[in-house]
Ligand binder design. Structure first.
Ligand code: DGJ
Length: 745
């Protein structure tokens, strides 16, 4: 609910959500400053506004909590928007031209409106909207204008009340009659209430994505940024921020945020000289460049913000349900992601009709529903040196095309999926030979290669069109219902016909191809992959059904990755494979139970060389997949409680334990997943108290063998934990895990 009230010469605007509020005030001179945000039991009335003094203002006018700080007025610290006007106005036009351009923007409130049809930039344009996409959500629009230039900025605040989420974005419009240089631009700036904060986020690298990090925010700037055309492996655009010592996993106030954008982004946390903390989120500033022509408008994607009064867990659950309801395409109530098979670790580039058919038969026999053939099926792609760009089936591998394989897959009762990496080209490809100018490069400068590949220039509309046509032809020719969309190199030498606009043009082109494909082929599903988890964010999720969190399929490492991933993103999008006993990335040997239990926390996939398994192993796979199908509506659509994590807890040095519990909205069913990664001798793993159950109800607990372990009241499980947790799998110290189903009786 949005309420606007007058307090003397000031106006106060309050955004009220399920359990939180966000308030700002408009000063008599039209400046819009932040008033506060945080917990609220209901719609908030505010009085005595004059007495709330912006603490920054007392100490330093330059630190004022502007809702959208611009380079102008007294702002000499970091700002959200910096523009340069080429000419001075009025009498000053004759002043010394050498001091031009005018780098000074002073925004003042003009008016506001409340809309229900506002959309940030780059929202999906396909016909498989998210579950609640049609729900009309109130959006506050603040219309601001410079004190003299005909330059306009509109601030948007869209409320998703049930999830305590506000999406903010901004629109700039140049009516000055001259081209205006935009030097820096964020989607929003967000102020935290006074306090000393700590930041929880994910960091890592290839094969180590999403490792949770918790750090104090100290005076100065802390920058999380990606300079590239994917979201990045090293950092991911989300945060959970809490006052130091005042929030834990399931209690206390936590502010969260995430950017819905897959390219050059930055989140800059700024602890000012007044000790006030704020965060800017938007386009990465060092590579940013934009010229707004007369009459031109630019709208940004969304910065998704929210507040949880139930600790970090509550923040994650709000982000998860927001993604399920308003971001993920085509997700219907109760619908589940399929069990997938992927050929990569089984066959790598050694594809053949015979080999893939064998895998498909074994996959179907164990209960797989979607068979995805990975890299190597097209052009001259016999290894990673050649072929990217030529998205036509290789006659060397499949002389009669893909139809025989797809027919077999379909006859086995599965759907068929294919790996693609459309944004890339190998110089050794027909595409590159025909269009050497289609790659990002600077004239006369060397073109670097990574994994022997270069990046196509999405600043050229003909490149985007060409790729759409190639993929569309594939989908028209064959019954393909799933693309694993990969992207395997970082961006360097970004020379493009789009100039510095390439950072935005690439993301827009990528989204446009996906959206057009989904629109033309309504049954199509897409998995986002970027050399593992390099492209995971709320922007790409608007047009992808699931994401690949990491190339690292080692269940030990993966448990850390899953804990970090779950901070922001819902388990249903987290594709996780069971792979070989001796892991290909780490050579670690991990029991099958642990490999399954870890993979079953998300959307289960199988990546093993399954045609080489023994009968006994095949039986175990089959049984576990059947169990997964039983629990997946809870795992994929329930509320997640992290009862213990690899990154938190007193026992960290003596043991690493991760415990996840998912619960259905009606509290009737729950899945309990405990993974003990290591435990020193002499250390006993404690029991973990469950959450979210109905205290008075009795739950039947069964394991994957359908064996009933007992019947316990919700109160007991929440008070004492799961019986037997200390001794399951023997009393030793071995890596072990178990997944249990709880059903209310
Ligand atoms: C990187 C992906 O993350 C892998 O799963 C696999 O698809 C390879 N690329 C194929 O080249």
């Amino acid at each position: 609910m949005i309420t606007v009230s007058a307090h003397g010469q000031k106006q106060v605007i309050v955004l009220s959500l399920r359990s939180s509020f966000y308030a700002m005030r408009i000063l008599p001179d039209g400046q819009v400053v932040h008033l506060g945000s945080g917990p609220a039991a209901g719609p908030l009335g505010i009085s005595g506004v004059e007495q709330y003094t912006d603490p920054n203002y007392v100490w330093d006018e330059g630190c004022r909590q502007y809702e959208y700080p611009t380079y102008g007025d007294t702002a000499y610290h970091r700002v959200a928007l910096k523009v340069r006007f080429p000419k001075a106005l009025g009498a000053a036009a004759t002043d010394d031209a050498t001091i031009l351009p005018v780098s000074d923007l002073r925004l003042r409130y003009q008016r506001h409106e409340i809309r229900t049809d506002a959309q940030p930039a780059l929202v999906p344009q396909h016909n498989q909207p998210a579950r609640k996409a049609s729900v009309k959500r109130e959006t506050l629009v603040l219309h601001l204008q410079d004190i003299a230039y005909d330059f306009h900025v509109r601030l948007f605040y869209r409320l998703t009340e049930e999830h305590d989420v506000i999406e903010r974005w901004v629109e700039v419009e140049n009516k000055t009659g001259d081209a205006v240089d935009v030097a820096q631009m964020d989607f929003a700036a967000v102020h935290f209430p006074p306090g000393q904060y700590e930041l929880t986020r994910a960091a890592g690298s290839w094969a180590r994505e999403f490792i949770p990090v918790r750090q104090a925010l100290l005076q100065g700037e802390t920058v999380l940024a990606q300079r590239g055309l994917n979201t990045g492996h090293a950092v991911n655009p989300f945060y959970l921020v809490a006052e130091q010592g005042r929030a834990i996993e399931e209690a206390g106030p936590v502010y969260f945020g995430a950017l819905a954008f897959s390219g050059n982004w930055a989140l800059t946390f700024d602890v000012m000289l007044t000790d006030a903390t704020r965060v800017f989120g938007g386009y990465e500033p060092t590579e940013f460049g934009m010229v707004l022509q007369p009459g031109e408008v630019h709208r940004t994607p969304a910065f998704v913000l929210g507040f949880s009064g139930e600790g970090h867990g509550g923040a994650s659950r709000r982000l998860h349900s927001f993604a399920r309801d308003y971001v993920l395409p085509g997700y219907k109530e109760g619908a589940c992601r399929p069990v997938l098979y992927n050929s990569w670790e089984a066959t790598y580039f050694k594809l053949s009709l015979e080999g893939q058919t064998k895998l498909a038969r074994a996959a179907a026999a164990m209960g797989v529903e979607l068979f995805c053939m990975d890299d190597g099926w097209f052009g001259g792609r016999r290894d990673d040196h050649a072929g990217l760009g030529d998205w036509v089936v290789s006659p060397d591998i499949f002389p009669t095309g893909l139809k025989p394989l797809i027919d077999e897959v379909k006859a086995l009762g599965m759907r068929f999926g294919l790996w693609v990496e459309p944004e890339m080209v190998n110089p050794n490809s027909d595409l590159f030979r025909a269009h050497p100018d289609w790659v990002l490069h600077y004239p006369g400068r060397p073109r670097t290669e990574m994994r022997f590949q270069q990046l196509l220039d999405f600043g050229r509309p003909e490149v985007v069109e060409h790729l759409f046509n190639q993929l569309d032809t594939l989908l028209r020719t064959y019954e393909i219902s799933f693309f694993k969309w990969d992207m395997n190199r970082v961006a360097t030498e970004p020379g493009s016909v789009a100039g510095r606009g390439i950072w935005r043009a690439h993301v827009a082109g990528l989204y446009a191809i996906m959206d057009r494909l989904r629109k033309a082929h309504p049954g199509l599903e897409i998995q986002s992959c970027s050399g593992g988890g390099g492209r995971v964010d709320l922007g790409i999720m608007g047009r992808t059904d699931q994401v690949w969190a990491s190339d690292n399929t080692d269940a030990f490492d993966r448990t850390f990755i899953e804990d970090g991933f779950s901070l922001a993103y819902p388990p249903r999008v987290m594709e996780s494979w069971v792979t070989h006993e001796k892991n290909h990335q780490t050579t670690r040997i991990i029991p099958l139970d642990v490999r399954f239990d870890v993979a079953m926390r998300g959307a289960l996939g199988i990546g093993t060389n399954i045609d080489k398994l023994t009968e006994e192993e095949l039986g175990a796979y089959k049984r576990k997949i059947a169990f997964y199908k039983k629990i997946r509506p809870i795992v994929q659509n329930g509320d997640l409680y992290r009862l213990a994590t690899t990154y938190e807890g007193k026992m960290q040095s003596s043991a690493a334990v991760s415990v996840w519990q998912t619960v259905t909205a009606d509290r009737a069913r729950s899945v309990y997943s405990i993974v003990v990664l290591y435990q020193l001798a002499g250390h006993y793993v404690p029991t973990y108290r469950l959450r979210g159950l109905e205290a008075a109800a009795v739950y039947r607990v069964t394991d994957e063998q359908e064996k009933e372990l007992g019947r316990y009241s919700g109160g007991q499980l929440m008070g004492l934990g799961m019986p037997g947790d200390q001794r399951f799998g023997g009393a030793g110290c071995a890596m072990r895990s178990r997944t249990l189903l709880l059903e209310r009786i």
